[in-house]
Design a protein. Structure first.
Length: 293
């Protein structure tokens, strides 16, 4: 739609600057698409606030979103303030997909979590669970800085939220969840999924690129295991690793199903090679053997 109406980002920024001259706005561009993770990193590097929030390109903040989150961050000295969202679906969206998305988006823990409880509630299912979306949250600048220092430059087009959330929750000292407060309008659009037909080779490869996120996370946990001194700490890291392995297998399974359901016959072999390239033959063979049982 944007191309047709000739609205550019520059034009939008100019409009906003005219309306709110006191708000410092900067437009920063990558010459070449470097993926969402790197766009967020560049945005952060060019920002100057004590708190940071992320808004995806097809979503919007609801009125008073920032003040509601900011007040709670200050009051509780929180690293993460997590609020709820309003979800907009296409009219013909399937009910089971809607329900699944609502359950995930509305997973906001009501109350305060501190230190390792934050990571445990993110990694393991419990009544204290909270979701891994990066949006509808406010983060302290120090936390975001710590996280981007840890994540290497990477190009991935899926799983960026998992990667960032993993580190946000691992490093945060205090989380405040406000399930009653809606701050975000999430426009749900069916992305690349097993329900889509005729995926292109490029789309299939984008979907497999989530494996690079797991490479980064496992490598980080393995380094931690080498250096940790305490038995309890080692136990926690091993539990995170196990939970991450389950998530990893689920993503890989999803890609196998996608290959079988959504890729055309003429692209099958090329996509099969991409699948093995990204995930490794051992893992794919192991999962397919389990499928066959």
């Amino acid at each position: 739609g944007v191309k047709d109406s000739k609205i550019t980002v520059e034009a939008i920024v100019k409009e906003v600057q005219k309306e709110f001259p006191a708000v410092p706005l900067r437009l920063v561009k990558h010459k070449k698409n470097r993926s969402l993770l790197e766009a967020r990193r560049t945005g952060f590097i060019n920002s100057c606030g004590d708190y940071i929030t992320f808004v995806d390109s097809d979503d919007e903040l609801l009125p008073d979103a920032l003040s509601a989150m900011y007040e709670n961050a200050i009051k509780n000295q929180a690293d993460i303030v997590h609020c709820n969202s309003q979800i907009i679906f296409k009219e013909d969206e399937k009910d089971f997909i809607k329900q699944d998305i609502v359950n995930k988006v509305e997973e906001v823990y009501g109350g305060i979590l501190e230190n390792s409880d934050i990571m445990n509630s993110f990694m393991f299912k419990s009544e204290k669970s909270h979701n891994g979306f990066v949006w509808a949250k406010l983060y302290s600048r120090d936390l975001v800085n710590q996280v981007f220092n840890e994540i290497p430059m990477m190009y991935c087009t899926l799983g960026e939220d998992l990667c960032l959330s993993f580190f946000f929750n691992l490093f945060a000292k205090k989380y405040v969840g406000l399930p009653q407060t809606k701050v975000y309008k999430y426009n749900y659009v069916t992305g690349i999924s097993v329900y889509r037909k005729n995926l292109s080779v490029k789309q299939f490869e984008q979907s497999c690129s989530v494996s690079t996120v797991f490479t980064v996370l496992f490598s980080y946990l393995n380094d931690l295991l080498q250096t940790c001194q305490l038995k309890d700490e080692e136990q926690s890291i091993l539990m995170y690793k196990k939970a991450l392995q389950e998530k990893c297998i689920n993503f890989a399974k999803n890609n196998i199903l996608m290959l079988d359901n959504s890729v055309s016959k003429e692209n099958y072999q090329e996509c099969r090679n991409i699948l093995l390239d990204y995930w490794g033959e051992n893992l794919i063979n192991r999962i397919e053997t389990d499928f066959d049982k």
